[in-house]
Design a protein around this ligand. Structure first.
Ligand SMILES: Cc1ncc(COP(=O)(O)OP(=O)(O)O)c(N)n1
Ligand SMILES: Cc1nc(C(=O)O)sc1CCOP(=O)(O)O
Ligand SMILES: [Mg+2]
Length: 223
């Protein structure tokens, strides 16, 4: 799906239907150290995508981080998406953008990015928002937060059934997000999620991000 990386979902005939989607911490103080952590995490197992989600920083900080981290992702065949900002995604030649409900329309992002890039949309607990996103041309929809999370304040707590309903009515990939761990990810995969999006459970794992990626892939591959 993505030029630099492979954001194919598991329906492409791969053995593992639900794949891991990583999201960076909202703040990266030591970019070189994080790049090393990222390299070891992506070397440890299958990851479909990395989203750069820096918050409360200037555009140049996002640019510097993207220029440092996108080559690491691409070296492992991992798609690299920018959070919120379709304009920066174009400028940086990223593989796509993730849009929240306040980050502009899919149509606007598509007019900037073109058809070779991925556009994802936050849909919280709403099938209506997901239908709207799909009709607008989104490449995936994201539902969440399924579990308690310290990474983002959210009022929406969908039930996993929304993933099953979505999977029954469309082939448009779904991403599940919010408090996802190796211990709880399988329930979301079994419900129909094509990707599980994770931040804290990878970057804050005391065993290191590589072990966390291994644990997620072992859990997702289990029957
Ligand atoms: C894959 C994925 N799903 C949801 C979000 C949340 O996006 P948004 O609602 O715009 O909130 P912020 O992440 O911008 O704080 C996401 N980033 N990625
Ligand atoms: C960025 C984000 N969006 C959410 C939503 O519900 O839309 S929950 C969330 C936080 C994801 O990080 P963690 O894996 O650490 O919970
Ligand atoms: Mg956003």
């Amino acid at each position: 799906m993505a030029a630099g990386g492979d954001m194919e979902d598991g329906n492409g005939g791969t053995e593992q239907r639900c794949r891991l989607y990583l999201i960076t911490p909202a703040r990266i103080d030591d970019l070189d150290a994080f790049a090393r952590d990222l390299d070891s995490a992506l070397a440890a197992g299958d990851v479909a995508c990395l989203q750069l989600r820096l918050k409360d920083v200037g555009d140049d900080v996002i640019r510097t981080a993207a220029r440092r981290l996108m080559p690491v992702a691409h070296a492992h065949g991992v798609a690299f998406l920018i959070n919120d900002r379709a304009d920066l995604a174009v400028e940086l030649d990223a593989d796509g953008v993730h849009l929240g409900q306040g980050d502009g329309s899919v149509a606007e992002a598509r007019s900037l990015l073109g058809h070779g890039k991925d556009i994802g949309v936050t849909c919280h607990d709403s099938l209506h928002l997901a239908y709207e996103a799909g009709e607008g041309g989104a490449d995936y929809v994201a539902f969440g937060a399924f579990f308690p999370t310290q990474t983002k304040e959210t009022q929406h707590t969908p039930d996993a059934d929304i993933l099953t309903v979505w999977d029954e009515v469309t082939e448009l990939p779904s991403v599940a997000i919010g408090g996802i761990t190796p211990e709880n990810c399988k329930t979301l995969a079994a419900a129909g999620a094509h990707f599980v999006a994770v931040s804290g459970a990878v970057w804050s794992d005391p065993r290191g991000p590589a072990m966390a990626v291994k644990a997620f892939n072992a859990a997702l591959a289990a029957d």
